[in-house]
Design a protein around this ligand. Structure first.
Ligand SMILES: [Zn+2]
Length: 371
């Protein structure tokens, strides 16, 4: 039986499938002579630690062994992806009669996409090139591969560190009034792979951005009733769960929860989001809030100090057991060590100076929704 182009490309696709199964970028190739496959190859640079192990090179080497000749006169190459410069050059050296490829490669293709090695009369006297045979199938295979790989990488980025806990999602499902989308970040240097959760609602271009810090025993849920009125007033509202609280990862060691560390995380997070014109909202005087105001005054437009909300049963949802409570334990111990006055740090007068004007809409909303 003599193979037609589609049959030969189908065999190259089967090689590409095998490459994908081995975790390599799925590109496959076969060499055909007199209508019969004499050699095949699949992409394998990762497995072989070999930058030249492209499907075409592998297939060329195998074909040359079969023929006992480095010149592959009268042979045709079928490859699922447009060859790169290296492979195109090798094909010219092998004096292939014809090259047929499937999908074009707009990034590194050297058979017409980026450049065309085969179109130089000084280099090439005999090799014909044809592209686009079963192009859709060939491209789909590559797309699927990269899509799966990206999904796997996303998954890997959210792997929980061994020295941390993550509250099961089921603890949050029965809570009312809190259907905001949770965003996660874990690629800030200070987080060192831990995952921090936050709510980010409202337009990015809003005139004011409210950053709401929860109390030292609670989590972002404390702001559930303040979000809607602030959003309807056109503001952007961000509510982080500090690391160790809420949906954020919870390091088990109390010593991890230094004020300095939490301050660095929040600064990096705010810089990452490129926030400006920020109104900082804190529950009572808060050394973490004070540290932020001092470290990046240019970012802040105002400060809103709320009456501490009465403890809500749902505050306990993020802490299924004592093991999850390293962060609140650490905060409580530090407050006790420093004494209440020192822990406050910032005077009420100073806070008033920074605060939103009394009677402002935001202050009224805060008074309504958090007392
Ligand atoms: Zn190549």
């Amino acid at each position: 039986m003599v193979l037609n182009d589609a049959d030969a490309m189908q065999l190259a696709l089967a090689e590409a499938d095998l490459a994908a199964a081995a975790g390599e970028v799925p590109v496959g190739a076969v060499v055909v002579k007199d209508g019969k496959v004499i050699a095949s190859g699949r992409n394998a640079p990762v497995d072989g630690h070999d930058p030249t192990a492209h499907a075409e090179i592998v297939a060329l080497r195998a074909a040359a062994q079969v023929l006992g000749n480095y010149r592959l006169d009268g042979c045709e190459m079928f490859v699922t992806l447009e060859p790169c410069t290296m492979c195109s050059g090798a094909m010219l050296h092998a004096r292939l009669q014809r090259v047929v490829f499937g999908a074009a490669d707009p990034k590194t293709g050297a058979a017409g996409s980026v450049l065309n090695v085969f179109a130089h009369p000084q280099l090439n006297h005999q090799t014909q090139v044809q592209g686009g045979v079963m192009a859709e199938e060939c491209a789909q295979l590559l797309q699927d591969f990269f899509q799966h790989r990206r999904a796997a990488q996303r998954q890997a980025r959210h792997v929980l560190r061994e020295d941390a806990l993550r509250t099961p999602e089921g603890r949050f499902t029965d809570l009312g009034d809190f259907s905001w989308t949770t965003h996660y970040i874990n690629d800030l240097p200070a987080l060192a792979g831990l995952r921090m959760a936050y709510v980010d609602e409202g337009p990015q271009a809003a005139g004011l951005t409210y950053v709401c810090l929860h109390s030292k025993t609670g989590w972002g849920y404390q702001y559930r009733q303040m979000l809607a009125p602030l959003l309807s007033a056109g503001h952007r509202v961000l509510v982080p769960d500090l690391v160790g609280f809420g949906r954020s990862d919870k390091p088990k060691k109390e010593a991890q929860h230094s004020l300095d560390w939490h301050g660095r995380i929040l600064r990096e997070w705010m810089q990452h989001l490129a926030l400006h014109h920020v109104v900082l909202v804190v529950q009572a005087a808060d050394p973490l809030g004070q540290a932020l105001l001092t470290a990046m005054p240019e970012v802040f437009h105002g400060l809103l100090v709320l009456q501490p909300a009465s403890a809500h049963e749902a505050d306990n949802a993020p802490f299924p057991d004592l093991g999850h409570r390293a962060a609140p334990r650490a905060w409580a111990r530090r407050a006790a060590e420093q004494g209440a006055a020192a822990a406050t740090g910032i005077s009420h007068e100073k806070m008033r100076q920074l605060a939103c004007p009394p009677g402002s809409q935001a202050a009224q909303q805060a008074a309504i929704y958090l007392t």
